[in-house]
Write a new protein. Structure first.
Length: 306
């Protein structure tokens, strides 16, 4: 597919240089090289303060219109901020005084608004749970305590609030071992079974959200972590997730050779995962699609018709 794309680009360039000449391009459409799901292009909300999570109104009609226009995506509520998040709802004790980026509070009002936003946008929710034990240490140390996560899941289950999938921990591969992160996921699996029972709508479990592929080289350690995690967590794991940050910019976004880096990273991840598991799904949990320079106006808020 990459070769065909380059041939097409060369043909266009050649035509521009000498208008009278013609070039024939043959595309073999008899077989599919890759298949993607309808929700291949999905999106993320991180509860970090520097992402303005606590300043967003999820009932904003313009925001809901933009979200619904994507159509069929998955909404991941996860990232760095979610490993500093306490769930102050349901049976949980009230939130203590917050400490920015260390101990943040997700209250009932914000959670309910986020769930309603997900439903209105037809974007099933993937929730990244806090893996820090008792929300007191960073990086995490010791076994995962599921008490606060139970309060969130029981609240969602009682209120019939749909959660499509659960992650446990974000980019922890430099803070804890693959075996420890997989052990925590097995604790989460037992919690989900207890809360949801035999409900067919119980959330999937995905992970480990490793950080972070930046190019085609020096990936051996992260790939080995993925393999160890998948091997240990496979009985309860529905999809393996990884993060990729190859830093696409306005200058290189149209460079086909640069964009091939994503294909090289994907091939390495698929090869490593398939070496230990032949069937599990592989998701790119975070992909840096565009990096805006500080001096650029990358987004301008304008009224949109509903």
């Amino acid at each position: 597919m990459r070769l065909q794309s380059l041939v097409t680009l060369a043909a266009v360039a050649g035509s521009a240089a000498s208008a009278p000449s013609c070039t024939s391009v043959v595309v073999d459409a008899s077989r599919a090289l890759w298949r993607t799901r309808d929700w291949f292009a999905s999106w993320n909300i991180d509860s970090s303060r520097n992402r303005l999570f606590f300043d967003v109104s999820f009932s904003d009609p313009q925001l809901r219109y933009l979200a619904s226009a994507i159509g069929g995506a998955r909404l991941r509520f996860g990232g760095t901020g979610n490993d500093a998040l306490y769930y102050g709802l349901g049976s949980a004790p009230p939130c203590a005084t917050t400490v920015p980026d260390v101990y943040e509070c997700l209250n009932q009002t914000t959670w309910d608004a986020l769930v309603a936003f997900s439903a209105d946008a037809a974007a099933p929710l993937v929730v990244g749970l806090n893996i820090h034990p008792a929300n007191t240490t960073s990086p995490p140390a010791g076994p995962w305590d599921p008490t606060n996560a139970r309060a969130l899941l029981e609240y969602a289950r009682t209120g019939q609030q749909a959660i499509y999938a659960l992650e446990l921990g974000n980019e922890q591969n430099q803070a804890m071992s693959a075996a420890d992160q997989a052990a925590a996921l097995r604790v989460l699996d037992a919690l989900v079974a207890d809360v949801y029972g035999g409900d067919s709508e119980r959330p999937l479990l995905v992970g480990p959200d490793t950080h972070s592929f930046k190019g085609p080289s020096n990936n051996a350690v992260v790939l080995a972590y993925l393999q160890a995690y998948v091997t240990a967590a496979a009985p309860v794991l529905s999809a393996v997730t990884h993060h990729e940050y190859i830093e696409i910019t306005a200058e290189n976004v149209l460079n086909a050779t640069f964009l091939d880096i994503s294909a090289d990273v994907a091939a390495q991840v698929m090869g490593a995962v398939r070496a230990v598991n032949s069937t599990i799904e592989v998701w790119a949990g975070e992909v840096r699609a565009f990096q805006c320079a500080p001096e650029q106006r990358c987004m301008e808020r304008k009224p949109l018709a509903p």
